[in-house]
Design a protein around this ligand. Structure first.
Ligand SMILES: [Zn+2]
Length: 246
């Protein structure tokens, strides 16, 4: 049976077949699995180390951008790239335990964690398309990812200026911008996303049922994730980002 006969046997007319070739018909199906979207296994991730694991196309584009920046004396170094669900779970739960020990209530602890950190299953780092970067030409400050390092006399000023001008033509966009009306995660001048892959991933991510995922994954503190909280987190922390990436 050839393709047309096969489609006709399913009830598709010849007109449908010519208007919607099989390829485009298939492309409206999901391209990414739920596990890929929540950091639980992704065949497109390459690299061995925590700072070198990336989605394969992202890695090629990143290497190109790094080489271009090197010509201007900037040594782009990744401090965080692909992060698995399990790793994010550890980060989240360690912070949760620590804040509870410090006397915060569970909801206060969760509110404080999500200023900068994500709930496992919701990190853009799960996709391998997002990276946190610094300039390795400067000695590392005690805490590297601080806004002040990227402005004024900060060590990563030159890197930031270069990125402002060049990153987008390499496909990399700032995610958590300094737009004062943006809600959700605070400004992160170090966090960039490879739009050609992360934008379609976000489109599919939006169809996931977060309430169900949080229940299934047994995350510490998840009994305090009310449906109202999850709705707000989705709208602000996941979707209130640079509009170029939506
Ligand atoms: Zn990041």
């Amino acid at each position: 049976m050839n393709r047309n006969q096969f489609l006709k046997s399913l009830g598709f007319s010849g007109l449908f077949v010519s208007l919607f070739p099989l390829k485009s018909f298939l492309s409206i199906q999901n391209r990414y699995t739920k596990n890929q979207l929540i950091g639980k296994g992704n065949p497109d991730i390459i690299g061995n180390a925590y700072t070198s694991k990336m989605q394969k196309d992202t890695k090629v584009a990143f290497q190109k951008m790094k080489n271009e920046a090197a010509k201007e004396g900037i040594n782009i170094e990744v401090v965080s790239a692909y992060r698995s669900f399990e790793k994010q779970k550890q980060i989240f739960e360690n912070k949760y335990r620590q804040f509870i020990l410090e006397g915060l209530s569970p909801s206060e602890a969760i509110t404080k964690i999500i200023e900068y950190s994500t709930i496992p299953g919701t990190s853009r780092h799960h996709w391998g398309t997002d990276i946190d970067i610094i300039d390795a030409n400067f000695p590392r400050p005690e805490s590297v990812l601080e806004e002040e390092h990227y402005y004024g006399d900060g060590p990563y000023c030159k890197l930031k200026e270069w990125l402002n001008e060049h990153s987008e033509k390499h496909g990399f966009y700032e995610v958590y911008t300094n737009n004062p009306s943006r809600k959700g995660f605070k400004y992160e001048p170090w966090h960039f996303s490879y739009k050609p892959i992360s934008k379609p991933m976000l489109q599919e991510y939006k169809n996931l049922n977060l309430i169900k995922i949080f229940q299934e994954e047994n995350i510490l503190g998840n009994e305090y994730f009310t449906s109202e909280f999850i709705q707000k987190y989705r709208n602000q922390n996941i979707l209130d980002i640079n509009p170029e990436l939506l």
